[in-house]
Write a protein that binds this ligand. Structure first.
Ligand SMILES: Cc1cc2nc3c(=O)[nH]c(=O)nc-3n(C[C@H](O)[C@H](O)[C@H](O)COP(=O)(O)O)c2cc1C
Length: 216
């Protein structure tokens, strides 16, 4: 890591941003990584606070993000399972990070960025309605659509994203159970409409809730 970061720092003239997990097999290595990150004058570090072996399993070890934020001169972004405006603010308070990188939470709830801004400004957080979520899925379908793809393979492509979105469509596991079993576009949209053609507000938080992940 030291050699790679050293070579990159020398080679690039634009901002040098790095993203890291907290270790491969175990997080013990993290204390060795911090001085390496400090040595190479990073412009920004994002910490996905899981080991590689941990894949996407909980818990996210936000305390390691706090250690990076305290130890490094550059801004640190918190990454890993950020899923709601309240929990995003808890993660920031607990870690001292400068902001967030949001992956699956943004696919599940693309309103999350606006909602976090609303929460930061002390404004009411606006939730999307079922119909708005349905319109988002339709827009995602159009974006993902490859003109020459077979209809069934288009459905398969969408399932990668629907797996994240579906965690926020409750009560579990109804929607996910049904959508994982569809094969053709007509069935796909029939299930989406059955669950989402309504005007109720949806918080799109993972269902069941994983907890904030931040120790009280
Ligand atoms: C569809 C998808 C694509 C991703 N692609 C990348 C990538 O190209 N590079 C990367 O460093 N991480 C990638 N990630 C990992 C995310 O950046 C992030 O570290 C991880 O999903 C944990 O954050 P989350 O819990 O907010 O999803 C990807 C994640 C997802 C779900």
């Amino acid at each position: 890591v030291d050699a790679i970061l050293g070579a990159l720092r020398e080679a690039i003239e634009i901002r040098f941003t790095v993203k890291t997990r907290i270790g491969f097999h175990s997080a013990e290595v993290f204390d060795e990584l911090l001085p390496i990150f400090a040595r190479h004058s990073l412009d920004l570090l994002t910490v996905h606070a899981r080991t590689v072996e941990q894949l996407y399993r909980l818990p996210v070890h936000y305390d390691y993000i706090a250690r990076a934020a305290a130890a490094l001169p550059c801004p640190v972004l918190a990454n890993g399972n950020v899923y709601s405006p309240d929990q995003a603010l808890s993660v920031l308070a607990a870690t001292g990070a400068r902001g967030w990188m949001i992956g699956r939470g943004a696919i599940r709830n693309p309103w999350l960025f606006t909602q976090i801004r609303q929460r930061l400004r002390g404004q009411p957080v606006r939730l999307p309605t079922g119909r708005e979520v349905l319109a988002y899925i339709c827009a995602l379908w159009e974006t993902m659509c490859e003109p020459c793809a077979q209809p069934a393979s288009q459905v398969q492509r969408m399932k990668k994203f629907i797996n994240f979105i579906g965690e926020g469509v409750g009560p579990a596991p109804g929607f996910l159970h049904e959508i994982r079993r569809v094969a053709l576009p007509a069935e796909f949209f029939r299930v989406c409409e059955a669950w989402l053609e309504h005007d109720q507000f949806m918080n799109l938080e993972p269902n069941p809730a994983p907890g904030s992940g931040v120790a009280a």
